[in-house]
Design a protein around this ligand. Structure first.
Ligand SMILES: O=c1[nH]cnc2c1ncn2[C@@H]1O[C@H](CO)[C@@H](O)[C@H]1O
Ligand SMILES: [Zn+2]
Length: 372
């Protein structure tokens, strides 16, 4: 946007972007482990299935295996992370490190999600899983604050869309809403598993005045987005990239929006976009051609996210850096994405406002001043 007017010297560096106060709405706990932690946890429980016991090699294995062009194959890599997250201590450690890693990257507010039903293999109850993760986030946030990197973490409980536990998980999310759980989500392979299969869970959440997002429009197109919004009542869309299938270019080259795309834009439905993840699963061809460029131009409520930092070998700052390189974004663009994300968070309005006015705006103002 306006690339020719901007001198090269103002291109933002990864280091500068790290210092910006950022907001992350879509990050999977089981897709963000440190490779060294996976190895240590696997050793402790005698899990022999890891493809490497060297941290660098293991990290590279995850990104290469996830680089599959298919969501189903991408998701297979979670077998290893979920395998080592089956005890209270492991869950607490992973959650604490997650909060610390995000804070170190300059994230001031994050919503982190995981599927409690995947962590019962060693005998934990659903409640014990949630409590271990909450204890971990509290610990990680406290450690980060001690280093002067304060972060607020809200939890989303995910139900797996191929399974049949969504109502149970929705009830769990409501039960723990005053203990740090701020919403609900469904994830997993999209094709063949439409969100309406979980309608009971979504109707229950709506009756409970609870918030939820749905992975939709990633590996499957418009029908999935339409169901998520118009049948299920999702507050936000996980990915939602395929909404571009409802944007057409006329003879004059001008984009025109179909009814669903118009609805998404008019209602300010937040899109949790995850550029690197989309390239890996084949939902987008490249960062340069990622629909985020068009959607930002058309002023959809776009947010930028990591999805799975381990599988994509990324951070929120790195995702922004890639977008800066591809689309020539500046501080104003990055602030716009960040305020969009904060406005779309599931914490109460006054907390969102406090973060926008108390951290995000002053933080960006300072960076703009320092780099002008
Ligand atoms: O981009 C994605 N699309 C759909 N499902 C996903 C994605 N990333 C992770 N998961 C799934 O969500 C579970 C809970 O965190 C993970 O175990 C993985 O199976
Ligand atoms: Zn996801």
């Amino acid at each position: 946007m306006g690339g020719i007017l901007k001198p090269m010297s103002q291109t933002l560096t990864l280091e500068q972007i790290r210092r910006a106060p950022k907001v992350l709405l879509h990050d999977h706990l089981d897709g963000g482990l440190r490779p060294e932690t996976i190895i240590e946890l696997a050793d402790a429980i005698g899990y022999a299935g890891l493809p490497s016991s060297n941290a660098t090699e293991l990290g590279a294995w995850f990104t290469a295996a996830a680089d599959s062009g298919s969501l189903e194959r991408y998701l297979e890599t979670f077998g290893h992370t979920v395998a080592v997250m089956q005890t209270r201590d492991a869950l607490e450690r992973v959650a604490a490190e997650c909060a610390e890693d995000l804070a170190a990257d300059g994230v001031v507010y994050a919503e982190v999600r995981y599927a409690p039903e995947q962590h019962l293999e060693a005998g934990l109850e659903l409640e014990e899983v949630v409590e271990a993760v909450q204890a971990g986030f509290a610990l990680g946030c406290a450690r980060a604050a001690g280093r002067g990197e304060s972060i607020r973490v809200g939890t989303l409980l995910t139900a797996m869309r191929h399974a049949a536990r969504s109502s149970e998980i929705a009830e769990l999310a409501v039960r723990y809403r005053d203990a740090g759980v701020v919403g609900f989500d469904i994830a997993g392979a999209e094709a063949g598993h439409p969100p309406t299969r979980h309608l009971d869970a979504f109707e229950y959440l709506r009756r409970e005045n609870a918030h939820f997002t749905i992975h939709a429009g990633e590996a499957f197109g418009l029908p999935s987005i339409w169901e998520a919004l118009q049948w299920c009542g999702a507050d936000r869309l996980g990915h939602g990239v395929r909404i571009v299938d409802d944007i057409h270019h006329g003879g004059d080259g001008q984009p025109s929006l179909g009814r669903l795309a118009s609805y998404v834009r008019d209602k300010r439905v937040p899109l949790e976009m995850c550029p690197s993840s989309n390239v890996q699963t084949g939902a987008a061809e490249s960062i340069q051609s990622h629909p985020i460029g068009l959607l930002r131009q058309l002023r959809f409520r776009v947010t930028v996210n990591t999805d799975n930092r381990l599988q994509s070998g990324t951070t929120l700052s790195a995702e922004f850096a890639k977008l800066v390189e591809a689309f020539d974004y500046d501080w104003d663009d990055l602030e716009w994405f960040t305020v969009n994300a904060m406005k779309s968070a599931f914490v109460p309005f006054d907390e969102r406002l406090a973060l926008i006015n108390g951290r995000i705006k002053p933080g960006f103002a300072q960076l703009k001043w320092a780099t002008q």
